[in-house]
Write a protein that binds this ligand. Structure first.
Ligand code: ADP
Ligand code: MG
Length: 1036
């Protein structure tokens, strides 16, 4: 289908760049059979702190030895209910998958965690438990169960874990824990099965290792009161059992804090004060046992020297000191139905002591587990949900280990791991093959390394190593370790997985001790020493002898419930080995396990390729590789038709969106369309089998792409639909607004029109009745007329006094109009008057007088109107100073140059006419020729023509007054007005037509004749009259 590079690219496109380091699943590796590629991938990911990788559905985890930020609540949420391949590999994915499988398929599940010591198995178990504690539905009641499940761990670890060279907190027992769930999926109970506690650690530790944590915790953290009661000292160095490894105190472990944690956990899991006290008594008794010393007495038998310890032991274990003493120094042999007691030598006594210590501790541990189980057990009375049979099991064994010297216990442990591998193979391959059968698929048997042959080597009846050992122990005669080895060599020398010094070729022989035999385990080759095997079996008998002492005292029996008849028929080795197969059987009942394989990285610094390759090859990579091959052979992926077609139907036009025929046909069409090659898949009855995971991944990628296009399409359609809806809503709203607004406009217009019609109608009616007295019909009209007249008037008021315009008032307002006009005029006059200056006032007064006197009477009057009257025509400096002197204090108000005509000869002479307040003076140069008091001025005569002649009538009295004066002025109107006003003779000005008579003196009269002509001529006529021809003015 798709090229492999393409696969990888698109397959992981959904993941973040970080997740894309290497491949997430080893089956995606091109050359999945190459170890180098396998390790390279693991290394690449580990370098980026990606500690999890899949091999199909197996999770491989590499211990990071540091806290990683991948266990938060958010991480848990991310894995909840999500498919395996949708998220990056994680222990939570395994946990969640098993949980969901348990819930949906109602089938028990088991998570199997294997790996060598320090690889992180126990941590993984804890992570899984935490995952359930956080993500499973919970109520308050369930919370207690959850707490107990979680808190059982610190207690078990305190008693069952110890510091080893590899791991500060190495589990020294195997643990199978199952969690029961109610029908809602909430945890309601649990059960713990422990096995293979490494009891030898109680009495001996390798260099750099410690005894079980609890001893150190008790000594470090225990209250002094408590320690006193137990007869202990707060110093680990005092106790022989604690210092074998020479590292009682290590900086990385805080025993004091751990002690607190354990105490708290004990209370959570329902341990009463007295339970705890008793538990600690036993722990203390083990320490005391360790300090018991023997010496040889005269008979060569051992004798106790530490009476103090015996005393404490007697109280703590509640046994009699004497029987205890005897049990420690003697052995009982049942011969011919009789019990014989024989003393022990020094070595034997020490063995007996250690055996007792181991037994006591071992049973305490079992008791502890039982007690925890009691508190975890589902109790109907708690009112928890109804119990279902679904359980989820977690198997954390302590892993395959290889030491320099591998003891019998190690043999058991490694055998157990072997057994588990067998189980795993059986479950995965067998279940798969069963499925093929059920689906009617032809299958070829698959080549894989089956370790059954090794299991058989150990456990087969009569021929297996255990059987042989059993036989050797029970055989009468002197059985020793070496006879046992010989027996082994004899019986199984041809087995391909068994080697001894004798059987090995020259080269390999060097790697052997003479008392070793080698098993070529599934996970690596291990040399086991036979030394001590028989002994340990035989001392088991001693052990049980001692143990028989124990049930007698009342209380601690609770700690050591012995199987019935145990004393009568001591178990031999094979029975205890049966413990190995216990968990195996248990899991076999559950569904196919979800295996998790934990791997430690090379612990010493940055891993060197060769070193950790070799290391892993020996120990564990081999296993990983084999698993990756197991999964990759055969049909690696199966899918139910329904699920397959639902998931992938969008990839084929025929099946998208729906397939109407049979499901199987639909799937067939689909895979044909996808271009699956015939060898890549098979169609079963209800499932499709896909041979290579990469086929499915390619399909998955195609789906990923397709999803995008579908999503785009959906998006487009949805957006289109959404926009259309939005548009339509908007359009509807717009129309609505429009309609409303149009209505509103229409209504307004109609109202306006109606009002207009009303107005017009009223207007017309008013017009018709306009002459009638005010009545409803015409009042509007009249008001309107009045109003408009007034408004019009306001706009068109006369601008000045001379403006006579005035709007024509309607009849009703004639009177008011007139009054207004008056007012307006008055107002204008008033304001005009207020504005004029005194000079102007004078000017106007003079003009008014002039008008009154001369208007329409003298021809040159109109010409004078536009010219302003001057205040005077001669300034003071133009007058002769003598004249001014002569006038004295009379001030000259007006002076004008005039022409005087003699009364007799009418000779013209230039003179000045001066006016003062009281008199007029006629002046010639510096001489006053004539003074005329105003009082003596009778009148003034002037012609009606345009000339400037005038006569001042003065009576001829006295010498001074020489009679009337004939004068001519160029400003006749102005001059006469001034004279008349000064002399108050305004009404004495005569305007004559034709001629003027004047007195010359003493009754004589002169005449001046006036005629009109083309130009002014003044001359004496033949008749002795003065003839004046005045020019005709155009204006007339
Ligand atoms: N996932 C992990 N993250 C961080 N540290 C871990 C993780 N797994 C293991 N470790 C470290 O490795 C040590 C040994 O792990 P443990 O589970 O006790 O090993 P095992 O049970 O396989 O012997 C732990 O004490 C812890 O410090
Ligand atoms: Mg462990």
């Amino acid at each position: 289908a798709v090229g492999s590079d393409g696969i990888r690219m698109t397959m992981e496109s959904a993941l973040t760049a970080r997740d894309r380091v290497g491949v997430q699943d080893f089956v995606l590796l091109e050359n999945y059979q190459s170890e180098a590629a396998f390790i390279e991938n693991l290394r690449k990911r580990f370098k980026e702190n990606l500690i999890y990788t899949y091999i199909g559905s197996v999770l491989v985890s590499v211990n990071p030895y540091k806290e990683l930020e991948i266990y938060s609540k958010q991480h848990m949420e991310r894995y909840r209910g999500v498919n395996f391949y949708e998220v990056s590999p994680h222990i939570y994915a395994i946990a969640d998958n098993s949980y969901r499988a348990m819930r949906t398929e109602r089938k028990d599940q088991c998570i199997l965690i294997s790996g060598e010591s320090g690889a992180g198995k126990t941590e993984a178990t804890k992570k899984i438990l935490q995952y359930y504690a956080v993500t499973c539905p919970a109520s308050d009641k369930v919370q207690t169960v959850k707490d107990r499940l979680l808190q059982s761990n610190p207690v078990l670890e305190a008693f069952g874990n110890a510091k080893t060279l590899r791991n500060d907190n190495s589990s020294r027992f195997g643990k199978y824990m199952d969690v029961q769930f109610d029908f809602k999926g909430a945890p309601i109970g649990g059960h713990i099965l422990s096995y293979l506690l490494e009891k030898s650690r109680v009495v001996h530790q390798n260099h750099g290792e410690r005894n079980f944590h609890i001893f150190y915790q008790l000594l470090e953290g225990g209250e002094s009161d408590l320690l006193r009661r137990l007869g202990l000292e707060k110093n680990a160095q005092q106790y022989q059992y604690l210092i074998k490894g020479q590292c009682a105190k290590v900086s990385s472990i805080n025993d004091k804090n751990e002690w607190k944690t354990v105490k708290k956990a004990l209370s959570v899991i329902n341990f009463s004060e007295s339970d705890v006290e008793e538990l600690l008594s036993i722990v203390a008794s083990v320490l005391h046992l360790g300090n018991i010393q023997f010496v040889v007495n005269d008979q060569g038998d051992s004798q106790l020297t530490s009476e103090n310890q015996i005393r404490y032991l007697a109280t703590l274990l509640r046994v009699e000191g004497a029987s205890l003493r005897e049990a420690l120094t003697h052995k009982a042999i049942i011969a011919k139905g009789e019990e014989l007691k024989t003393p022990l030598n020094l070595e034997q006594a020490a063995y007996a002591r250690d055996a007792l210590a181991k037994a006591v501790y071992g049973r305490t541990f079992s008791w502890l587990v039982n007690k925890i189980n009691e508190s975890l057990a589902y109790k109907e009375s708690l009112g928890l949900g109804k119990r279902t049979d679904s359980v989820l099991g977690l198997l954390d064994i302590y892993g395959f280990e290889v030491f320099q010297h591998n003891s019998f216990e190690q043999f058991c442990i490694n055998y157990c791991n072997e057994k588990l591998q067998q189980l795993f193979i059986e479950l995965t391959l067998k279940s798969e093959q069963e499925e093929y059968e059920a689906e009617g698929i032809a299958w070829e048997s698959v080549q894989y390394f089956n370790n059954k042959i090794i299991c058989d080597l150990v456990e087969e009846k009569f021929k297996g190593i255990i059987s042989i050992l059993d036989e050797e122990c029970l055989r009468p005669g002197d059985a020793t370790d070496l006879t046992f080895l010989e027996k082994l060599e004899e019986s199984i020398k041809n087995h391909p997985h068994f080697l001894t010094h004798k059987l090995a070729d020259q080269k390999t022989r060097k790697t052997f001790g003479r008392e070793d035999f080698r098993l070529l385990h599934y996970a690596g080759d291990v040399n086991y020493t036979v030394m001590g095997k028989i002994k340990s079996v035989n001392f088991l008998c001693v052990n049980f002898l001692v143990a028989t002492l124990l049930p007698k005292p009342p209380s601690p029996t609770r700690c050591h419930p012995l199987p019935q008849g145990a004393a009568a028929q001591p178990h031999t080795l094979p029975s205890s080995t049966a413990g190995c197969s216990r968990p195996t059987l248990h899991i076999a009942k559950a569904g196919p396990p979800s295996p998790t394989r934990c791997l430690p990285p090379s612990k010493a610094g940055p891993p060197s390729p060769t070193r950790d390759f070799l290391y892993f090859q020996n120990v564990d990579w081999g296993g990983g590789m084999a698993e990756s091959q197991d999964v990759s052979y055969g049909f690696s992926k199966t899918r139910r038709y329904k699920l397959f077609s639902i998931r992938y139907k969008s990839l084929c036009p025929d099946t998208w969106p729906n397939w109407n025929g049979r499901l199987a046909d639909g799937v067939a069409t689909l895979v044909r369309y996808l271009g699956y090659k015939p060898e890549e898949y098979k169609l079963g009855r209800t499932k499709i089998f896909i041979r290579f995971p990469k086929t499915l991944f390619a399909t998955e990628d195609a789906l990923e792409l397709r999803k995008q296009s579908i999503a785009t399409k959906l998006q487009a359609v949805w957006r289109g639909f959404h926009q259309k809806q939005k548009f339509q809503t908007m359009k509807r709203s717009a129309t609505q607004i429009q309609a409303w607004w149009r209505g509103e406009l229409g209504r307004r217009k109609a109202a306006k029109r109606k009002q207009a019609a009303e107005t017009i109608r009223r207007f017309i009616k008013g017009f018709i009745y306009r002459h009638a007295p005010r009545c409803p019909e015409n009042e509007y009209f009249l008001d309107y007329v009045r109003y408009s007249f007034l408004m019009n008037l306001k706009r068109n008021l006369p601008k000045n006094i001379l403006d006579k315009s005035w709007p024509i008032p309607p009849p009703a307002l004639t009177e008011a109009s007139e009054q207004l006009r008056q007012l307006c005029l008055q107002n204008m006059v008033w304001s005009y008057c207020r504005k004029i200056s005194p000079e102007w006032k004078q000017q106007l007064e003079q003009k008014a007088v002039a008008s009154e006197v001369f208007k329409d009477k003298k021809d040159n009057y109109p010409q004078s109107v536009p010219k302003l009257f001057a205040a005077t025509r001669l300034e003071t400096d133009e007058l002769n100073s003598k004249v001014i002197q002569a006038l004295g204090n009379e001030k000259v108000k007006y002076a004008v140059p005039v022409t005087k005509y003699d009364r007799k000869g009418y000779k013209a002479r230039a003179r000045q006419l001066l006016l003062t307040d009281n008199s007029a003076f006629i002046v010639e140069e510096g001489k006053v020729k004539q003074r005329i008091d105003y009082s003596s001025l009778k009148g003034i005569s002037v012609s009606s023509l345009s000339d400037g002649l005038f006569v001042l009538h003065v009576p001829c009295e006295g010498s001074k007054q020489k009679g009337d004066v004939v004068l001519q002025s160029d400003h006749v109107i102005e001059t006469l007005t001034k004279v008349a006003m000064s002399a108050e003779r305004v009404h004495n000005i005569n305007i004559n037509q034709g001629s003027i008579k004047f007195t010359v003196g003493q009754g004589k009269e002169g005449t001046i004749d006036f005629t009109s002509g083309s130009e002014l001529v003044i001359a004496k006529a033949k008749n002795g009259h003065l003839s004046v021809v005045a020019p005709r003015l155009n204006s007339r």
